[in-house]
Design a protein around this ligand. Structure first.
Ligand code: AMP
Length: 251
């Protein structure tokens, strides 16, 4: 992949890169659509990165429908699909630790997660030689962490954030939605509803309170956090064993 990328660069073409963990859905494909507007060459990686999963998380059971993913990616306009088996040397001893944006929120609930993300994305960027890194706003904290990593390490890539794609009922599309039973799916809808409703409030205290009160009414939901980050209201919940995150803009 790195040889191929260097050849593409030498030919004067730009590369837009969409990193994913697969189990592709329309949200991922909206990133590809954006990538195509940035560059002729669109590289997508599919790699379930072990270092960003904590103990007891869903690394092993994470869905891996590789053939289906391949068909979807190519149909959406991915020109180069990179599906490495492993990105780490057996005795790898280097990682990328971001110490500010990774604190709190998901960083507090998933210790080590953002170090795994920052490390794998740095490895991938070195391989793919991307001019544009296309990221989904759904993972808002991930965008903030990677923006800081790119700045601090002077990585020669421009980050492009793509808005959240939702299903008809408002739930942010996620590969993990596939874990939800019918009952859990109905309960999960309270997450976008709570954020949307609360974001109309005027003070940050009432915004958080209203979102929490709304979520607490749903017995299948356990709230991890509801927090304002800059001009967005962010939340993470568990519905049964499934962890979901979401965020909305604050006016
Ligand atoms: P993942 O495969 O979950 O690691 O996600 C790969 C990329 O797709 C990340 O940049 C995500 O933020 C983005 N993404 C996932 N779901 C959505 C969505 N519903 N809307 C927009 N982007 C998304």
């Amino acid at each position: 992949m790195q040889c191929e990328a260097l050849k593409i660069k030498l030919s004067g073409k730009k590369i837009a890169f969409v990193p994913t963990m697969g189990a592709l859905h329309a949200g991922h494909l909206s990133l590809v659509t954006r990538a195509r507007k940035c560059a002729d060459v669109v590289v997508m990686s599919i790699y379930v990165n072990p270092t960003q999963f904590g103990k007891g998380e869903d690394y092993k059971k994470y869905p891996r429908p590789l053939l289906h993913d391949k068909a979807l990616a190519l149909e959406a306009g991915v020109t180069h699909l990179f599906m490495p088996k492993n990105l780490y040397h057996e005795n790898a001893s280097t990682s990328v630790v971001e110490n500010s944006q990774s604190q709190g929120l998901c960083g507090a609930w998933r210790p080590g997660h953002f170090t795994g993300v920052a490390t794998v994305v740095t490895i991938l960027l070195n391989i793919v030689q991307a001019d544009y890194l296309i990221l989904g706003q759904k993972d808002a904290q991930q965008c903030d962490v990677l923006t800081r990593v790119v700045r601090d390490l002077s990585l020669p890539v421009k980050i492009v954030r793509v808005p959240i794609l939702r299903d008809q009922k408002g739930l942010a599309l996620s590969s993990r939605n596939a874990y939800l039973s019918k009952e859990e799916y109905q309960a999960a809808l309270a997450l976008p509803q709570a954020l949307k409703l609360a974001s109309k409030q005027k003070s940050i205290e009432t915004i958080k309170k209203q979102a929490l009160l709304f979520l607490l009414k749903e017995p299948l939901i356990q709230v991890e956090y509801v927090e304002r980050v800059g001009d967005r209201l962010c939340a993470a919940v568990r519905v049964g064993n499934t962890r979901l995150i979401d965020n909305v803009p604050l006016k």
